[in-house]
Design a protein around this ligand. Structure first.
Ligand SMILES: [Zn+2]
Length: 126
């Protein structure tokens, strides 16, 4: 009887019931339904307005947006350079003239717009 019991316990010890539950760690933490976020399909963005190298003055051009031959409307916008000029003028003590770069067209970028459809056509940056 003793022998039988020993053998039984030995058998039970020799054959482990289950391997460690590795399967849990191998599973996707988010579950099987979790998929990687797929990037949205890249669609070619059609810009009706094409950036164009323009001059500082109003020019006659065919608007790419409304296909009309127009005389561009020029708006001068201060650029980083304009702000830098103003800052430098302040730093060297010429602060009364700090607004000067903003008044000078040559220090600003000239943005060209279509007068009929207001489409942005291009800029001229010094
Ligand atoms: Zn236009």
């Amino acid at each position: 009887m003793e022998k039988m019991e020993l053998r039984d316990s030995k058998m039970a010890g020799a054959t482990p019931d289950k391997p460690p539950p590795y399967s849990e760690s191998f599973q996707n933490p988010g579950g099987p339904n979790m998929t990687l976020p797929t990037a949205p399909p890249i669609r070619p963005v059609v810009h009706t307005v094409v950036m164009q190298q323009m001059g500082p003055r109003s020019t006659t051009i065919v608007c790419k947006s409304c296909n009309h031959q127009i005389q561009t409307r020029v708006e001068f916008q201060p650029t980083t350079k304009t702000h830098l000029f103003a800052l430098v003028l302040c730093l060297i003590g010429c602060w009364p003239f700090a607004c000067l770069p903003y008044c000078m067209d040559s220090c600003n970028s000239a943005d060209h717009y279509c007068p009929s459809c207001n489409a942005y056509i291009g800029s001229y940056v010094n």
